[in-house]
Structure formats: C-alpha cells, structure tokens
Design a protein. Sequence first.
Length: 129
Amino acid sequence: MFPDRDVSDLESNAASIILKVTFGEHSFLLTGDSPKHIENYVASLDTQLLASTVLKAGHHGSKTSSSETFIGFVNPEYVVLSRGCENSYGHPHQEVLDVLNNFNIEILDTCEEGTVTFSTDGTILQIKK
C-alpha cells in the first residue's frame, strides 16, 4: 500500500511501510509508525482497500497515528498495541484508546498480554496471547 513512491525525502515515520496481508476471509494491516497525514493519504487512494480484520495500531498507540477517519475505514475487529510497559512516551495515548473504544474494537496490548499471535486457515481466526 505504501510507500507508493520514493520516500527518501520524508521523515522516517512518514516513510514507514504500510502493508496489508490477506488470507481467505481475514486480513492484517500493519502500519509501522505512519502519522495521520500518511494514513489520510492512503485512505484517499482507495478506502475499500483498508478494511481489515486486524490492525497493528500505528506508532505504538501514539496520538500522532490512528485517526478516527482511518480507524473507521479499516474497521478492524482487533487492534494490537505493540508497546513496552511504562514507556517514556506514554503510549498508548488516551485519545487513541478513546477512538478505538468508540468503534468497539477489541484491543490487544502487548504490555498487558505479552506476545500476541494470530493464525488463520483463511476461515477461522485464532488468537494466542
């Protein structure tokens, strides 16, 4: 999905890879540290491509990512917050948690759950915490 062009002149977070992996009925959207303006750009390309079963929240749950518009287009069943406990950045930010809760998305937090593993045969999705 992104980058779709040379990003060598972008700040490193803005140049993060956004990758969607689909197998059967399930898809996983991995957004790296992409900021909201990149999320909005990707959404402007084709919102239908964003719909995913699982979203790895951008930038560890930072308020610089996971805009309400973007989350609405992705419409995931699960969001993974990949972060360290007691990190110095305060991730995840409350604004992001509020957005995710407004959409009634199940949040899986690596600080609380440890490693989160998904597996699928294309039909059944299994989560190992």
